[in-house]
Design a protein around this ligand. Sequence first.
Ligand SMILES: *Cc1c(COP(=O)(O)O)cnc(C)c1O
Length: 348
Amino acid sequence: MHGYIAPLRLRLDGDALVSNWRWLARMSGPAACGAAIKANGYGLGAEEVMRRLTHAGCRDFFVSNWGEALALEPLMADGVRLSVLHGVRDEDMAIAVASRAKPVLCAPAQVARWRDAGQKSCDVMIDTGMNRLGLDWRCDAAGILDGLTIETVMSHLASADEEVALNAVQRDRFAQIALGVPAERYSLANSAGICLNADYRFDLTRPGIALYGGVPHAKAAGHIRRVVQPQAQILQRRRLIAGDSIGYNATFTAKQDHEVAILNLGYADGYLRGFSGTGAASVAGVRLPVLGRVSMDLAAIDVSAVPGLSEGDWVDIDYDLPRASAASGLSQYELLTGLGARYDRLWA
Ligand SMILES: *Cc1c(COP(=O)(O)O)cnc(C)c1O
């Protein structure tokens, strides 16, 4: 791939990333503010994200598995902590014991496995009502965990992006657990949880989506800056004559003539078929709607409004996360994590 320039790229705004982390850190009050960088930093590139947020002062990072931890361990500066949210399987033990990262133990069998292996410190996940990962809040967590050195006890909110009773229920259960299980710190809030109120902060927060420009809660609108701007190159220009159709299954038929550009971008790049007929690109703020169905590697846009565009020119893909989510039916999380390996990732 040496010297190869991809026909699609992500423009990534490092200042916006840091500004978002600082806003979340301010909203976290006296609690420390970490960063969830699993899934390759939600698709942006975990190494660059970790480097930039470490420089900004972030000291707690979260990934899902040990493959991710292995790749990021060389970047861990002094005082930086890296937690592996899915804990440890048997297959992970050799790597986990030798690693500077620590597991977030999620099940009694994981606790037993870690205790049998020695006494390096760990984190623990308590399930307070999401019924996904963690020790059940109703079990004797203090008993199960007795003798372990625990850095952070955490839990995860199921519905922090909604005003629902479950939020306070989870928080109260977590506060009760915190009284009984000794640890250095307690952590509950993700991005949306940080926006709820001060009762959810505890000692450490764990934002993900809002770092990367997602708006997790109405309170964050106007504060969270865009980080990701996908751009695609025009592969071919053509003219659609009234009566012509375009793309698979001919879902769009022209009522008048259209100037069309074919882009190097498709559902294999995370630009899923939900954008067919609903998405858009733009050049200098002029909207260029997607015509017909998005293909695996190609999409067509109407460039009648900017007829001077040629093969080789670049266009911005409309990827404002709340708006693109409404257009495509995908969540803001899916929009980011689906961005694949074929983009050049260019940080500014
Ligand atoms: C992914 C994740 C986060 C970050 O959540 P966002 O909604 O992206 O802010 C925090 N905690 C846990 C346990 C997670 O899995």
